[in-house]
Design a protein around this ligand. Sequence first.
Ligand SMILES: [Fe+2]
Ligand SMILES: [Fe+2]
Length: 315
Amino acid sequence: MSFPQSMTQAQVDSARYAKVVEVSKRVRWDIERDVIRGRKFDFDKKFLPDSLSKANELAFLGHDEQRFLSQIQGRTYANTFGLVERFIAAKMLDVAREHELGDQKALEALVRFTDEEIKHQELFRRVERMCAEQMPEGYTFLPEPNAVATAVLSKSTWAVLALTCHIEIFVLSHYRESIGTNADISEVWKDVFLFHWKEESQHAILDELEWRREHERLTEDERDRAVTELIELVGAVDGILQTQAPADAAYFVRHAGRTFSSQEAKAVHDQVLQAYRWQYIVTGVREPRFAELLSALVTPAQMERIGKALAPILA
Ligand SMILES: [Fe+2]
Ligand SMILES: [Fe+2]
């Protein structure tokens, strides 16, 4: 959207909130009526495309095995969004209160955002139940939403909004660049992320508005501490990936239908961890929309600190 130059920043922001509300009402969907429509996942097709799962990089796996690995990673992908949406909804409810007696479109936009994230969590619980019905027993998603949310929400709003913005921007790029354009993945799977993307497009706009708004309120010292907390949050995300990757790799090895050497099992684990870091950290950090926003809000010295902290994960 472009605005006349005579508009103040407050007027531009106000118009953005109003636009978000308008689009949010227009794209609003229902889990059963619009997304699932009585269908099941097609297990003859992949869930996550190769560009995200990297399952095709394990040359000793046959095509069916690569497909199974992409389905396990896809199940974790859905559960991970259900997980992060717990703290995202809680934080947005918090941020919404700051607008309660102010711009009523901002309040409405953030209330809708919160409501949508509560619905998305329900959608991803639905996806998990559908996966559980059709996949072998023994899959576990280890992180617990409230424990993660409690840890995340103990950090400053600046840091939580930065992490949220990062997540919601990579959600959009994953759908736009790989999930939505791939012909070889389950139709229902694709629809889950199509409908999710439709509402997430507004969330990413609000994340940016609220993150900038919060940034303006903070002193230089508070911003510097918030950067430290953002680094801690990314470390915590990596910790979650380091916990879930072994569980998913072991589930794959148990149910792939043949035996693997210990080197092969280790290669599966290493590949899954690398794919998870790619999906949840690297693709977001590299996404220009996020990278530009972050570099506009931090100093070169802070950017260097972030770069150093990320180096082992990006390697
Ligand atoms: Fe969502
Ligand atoms: Fe969202």
